[in-house]
Design a binder for this molecule. Sequence first.
Ligand code: ATP
Ligand code: F6P
Length: 473
Amino acid sequence: PRESIEQYKPEMRKASSGQMMRPNRKTNGSGVQAEDTRICVVMVGLPARGKSLIASKVVRYLGWLSIAAKTFNVGQYRRTNTPTPTADFFDTTNPEGERLRKAAAEAAVKDMIKWFNNGGGLVAILDATNSTKSRRRWIQERCEAAGIETLFVESKCDDEELIMSNIKEVKTTSPDYKGQDPEVAAQDFRNRIRNYEKVYQTLDEDEADLTYCKLINVGHQVIINRIKDYLQSRVVYYLMNLHIRPRSIWLSRHGESMFNLNGKIGGDADISERGELYARKLPELVKESAGDRQLTVWTSTLKRTIQTARFLPFEKLSWKALDELDSGVCDSLTYGEIEQLYPADFKSRDADKYNYRYLGGESYRDVVIRLEPIIMELERSENILIVTHQAVLRCIYAYFMGVDQEKSPWMEVPLHTLIRLTPRAYGTVEDRWSANIPAVSTWRGKGSSAKHQDTEASSRANSQDLAAPETKA
Ligand code: ATP
Ligand code: F6P
């Protein structure tokens, strides 16, 4: 393949001026060769097989990596002509139903091609059952004529219990059943599935010329066929790592450090006395939020995270990839000193904090690239507690909560607070526990180089706070 992971590192820094070179137009801001990589990921599978969930995760993952991706959900197009269908609508012997369903698929494909042609888009997800060979062939031909590659992703699942729980969890609350009794809705949805089953054709050797990935029983078995290029293989690798077992991810910054107290950035300082109090309190917060669950703790390789995690009664792993954003020549300086010594850089960073790369150091974009294996490992894992740093935590949080690049580097992630993220069918639920141990606020507003203040004294009224969930004290 011509592309490589290095190409995801789009911005080049002019060494002295602090200016960034603009991303090459050809690389579409993501570093991936736009001309020859436009992919339509075509979902395949019976209803309630997790297709929409898979589609939304892929879009979030690619967006986080700056790869423009969008889902085209045929169900939403169908709802414009048939908002609340009953199961008969999906009976293939119903000609009116067939006509309206084909019209919805055509409208979605047309909009998707328009989206690609208007520039910007690299990966579209066509989210529908696409359950017959003829429908798939039609999509493949339409895409081929428009110069778009197709990657078929089939979710096949015969675990009746799981399908029933999927129906109960997400289908009875679907807009298709607005205002209806959940029992009646669940029965109708089962009948809808029966209608699809009559004509459903799994991907098989007749379609050996297609590029596809078949996920059987949530990845217990994965069959891949004709994966052609780097981006396709990234998507497939991601899909192979997904699971839907219930779990949470806990995030915490290290306890307040001596550098935090002195307003310095970077470094490898010890935690302060108050940071030590937090380290001692953390096991209690974890117990409160995790009960008896066995967690694995991931820290960076820097002293302040290892010291913070040391009282936790779990297996611990240190990752270099979790080290704080490298501030290069500015390491160990205060924001005030940076403004004095590197005024142009200080301004450039505020103008585009996500892309700004410290001289000899990193940008937020660089951190996201190095965190990719962490995200992959997190997807494969169950209950993980990550003790890490402000910038790294913003990037991980942005992945789970779908925060965009403009906002993520400015989010406030307070010290001495435990965050729990719980992935659910459509979105991630967040809870927080504050240790109620004072600490400085290391959050810095645009243009400010003020010294860090204690949280009580610092203004909490900032609009770029993390999406304000309940904080449990
Ligand atoms: P429809 O065709 O009606 O739109 P769908 O296939 O898009 O259905 P989703 O709406 O995504 O199904 O269903 C979500 C549910 O599927 C969630 O409860 C999720 O836990 C579960 N799920 C996710 N992945 C899989 C999978 N690979 N196999 C079966 N169920 C899954
Ligand atoms: O101040 C604590 C800290 O973790 C520094 O080590 C790091 O440089 C900084 O936060 C990252 O935050 P920002 O990107 O807002 O400067």
